[in-house]
Write a new protein. Sequence first.
Length: 238
Amino acid sequence: MEYSYLKLIESEVNNIEYKEDVADQPQNRQEWHAARLGKLTASRFDDMMKHGRGKDDKFGVACLNYAYEKVAEILTSAPHIVTSQAMEWGSDREAEACAKYEGETGYSVVPGSVVGFYPYGEYAGGSPDGLVGDDGIIEIKCPFNPANHVETLLSNKVPDKYIFQVQGNLMVTGRKWCDFVSYDPRVQEPSLQIVIIRVFRDEELIKSIQERIVEVSALIQQLCEKLKASPGNQDDNV
């Protein structure tokens, strides 16, 4: 059964053709959540990519927990929604950060609220924070902890936990580059409130994401079938 799921999903992922108008443009947050329901999304690709500590542990704890969330979404038809003070802080300042980016670069950004969700076949997708010109996207982070912004300023590198998100959104949009933005308006020196890091497509990394989508999507399908086959009589083994 696992092999058949793998082959079916692999065939679909390998034959996805990007189209400029592929994004679902939701009219409200409810529609946006519905478009993502049951799909592996770029914002969680870092969790999806986690392997276990043993050499034969294909799925790490973070990956398994994410898979269970997706199974729950499929079984309940309800999105898994998590919010926090840090997330609200970032969301409330995203438009301000985007305006600051436009002022710094001269680019005009089509914001994520207009762009919507880009499905990547039946099993995955992503929501860039905005489109830039014909070839670019933008990924905005407004860290609740100012130390995280300082770290990005000093390193001038995309934090590791966002690398798969950035490459995943380049994958689903078919675009060539992403400007990663870290913004903190609490910094007193205006020139240090924002850092912009240009990231280009990494085809090798994108290939690893595609392969992982196949593996984790197959796991999700397998878990759903297992639950449906004998509800209420499951052991703890994956």
